[in-house]
Design a protein around this ligand. Structure first.
Ligand SMILES: Nc1nc2c(c(=O)[nH]1)N[C@H]1C(S)=C(S)[C@@H](COP(=O)(O)O)O[C@H]1N2
Ligand SMILES: [Mo]
Length: 301
């Protein structure tokens, strides 16, 4: 097993460049007026990607298979057996079959990606994931001509998941991406956090992370990946199609029917933490906007 928990903080695609530049311009203006010193400047530049604490990331979760409260997953998810674990990769691929986590770790290069994470409920974190590009796994399986989407499925184990006896969602949890979204270099499969194996409550042993989309797209504890030519059904869209679309790109200009998406509450800032503006595509606009060129983002929410 090749667990390579590399630290690789300098990758340009891990930096929300737009956010950094905006902040820099604002702070630069303030500096010009002599309002803040060099230390303040350095802090302001670092702030957008300063990761949340391990505690925040692993104690405040959404994983409804283990309960709907934010602290339920941390309390309940220890019952999930994550080793051994196999992932079925099937559909329009050259090499369909069962892939064990051992095989996957052997074939993939694990690196660190510090990403913003924005839940549709309007809270946010910054998370230092360890993982690999989903494209590398899809290339291993060999996507066939005509494949247009990728469907994902979470394990469904009533004996190990106390939340699935409640019909909150139509279990198993399922998600999907367009093939170009799935192949984008920002899209990763996370297998670790802070250089430790990913905790069960965060989706062990392997979960999707799509940093420019609302958090519910980032499906946990994946057991099946299917390449298809049809747009796959997704759990939250099935639960409420008016409120949750297939794309679910973070967009401060398109509100949820029941609340604004213009701002977000950074988790871990304390009770009086200031809300901050939500960024287009969660700060990854320069990397991903081209995927949606010519598309009406209000209609395709
Ligand atoms: N299988 C499964 N995946 C899931 C969820 C879930 O309930 N079940 N919740 C989603 C939601 S709403 C969010 S915000 C993120 C939370 O990820 P985190 O707990 O690692 O922060 O997981 C997503 N993936
Ligand atoms: Mo979420």
């Amino acid at each position: 097993m090749a667990h390579r928990w590399k630290n690789d903080l300098t990758r340009a695609d891990a930096t929300p460049y737009d956010a950094f530049m905006n902040r820099r311009q604002v702070m630069g203006g303030a500096l010009g007026l002599g309002l803040i010193g060099a230390a303040g400047m350095a802090r302001a530049q670092r702030a957008p990607l300063e990761p949340n604490s391990y505690e925040d990331i692993t104690q405040y979760n959404n994983y409804y298979e283990f309960g709907t409260g934010k602290s339920d997953p941390a309390r309940n998810a220890h019952t999930l057996t994550t080793d051994p674990w196999t992932v079925v990769i099937d559909g329009m691929v050259d090499n369909p079959g069962d892939y064990s986590m051992a095989q996957i770790f052997e074939a993939m290069t694990i690196e660190e990606r510090i990403y913003r994470f924005r839940c549709v409920e309007a809270w946010s974190m910054v998370i230092p994931w360890n993982g690999f590009e989903l494209a590398d796994l899809l290339n291993l399986a060999g996507v066939q001509q005509g494949g247009k989407y990728v469907a994902f499925e979470t394990a469904l184990r009533p004996d190990e998941m106390p939340g699935v006896r409640f019909p909150v969602l139509d279990w198993p949890y399922v998600e999907g991406l367009r093939l170009d979204e799935a192949m984008h270099p920002l899209t990763i499969m996370a297998t670790g956090i802070y250089d430790k194996p990913i905790p069960n409550q965060n989706g062990a042993p392997m979960r999707l992370v799509v940093p420019w989309k609302y958090g519910f797209k980032s499906i946990k504890s994946i057991v099946r990946i299917t390449v298809t030519d049809q747009e796959p059904p997704t759990s939250w869209n099935k639960a409420n199609a008016r409120e949750y679309g297939f794309y679910s790109n973070v967009n401060p200009e398109v509100d949820h029917p029941r609340w604004s998406q213009a701002t977000e509450r950074p988790v871990g800032g304390g009770l009086f933490a200031k809300r901050q503006p939500t960024l287009m595509f969660n700060g990854y606009e320069s990397e991903v906007a081209s995927l949606y060129e010519g598309m009406d983002l209000r209609a395709n929410f």
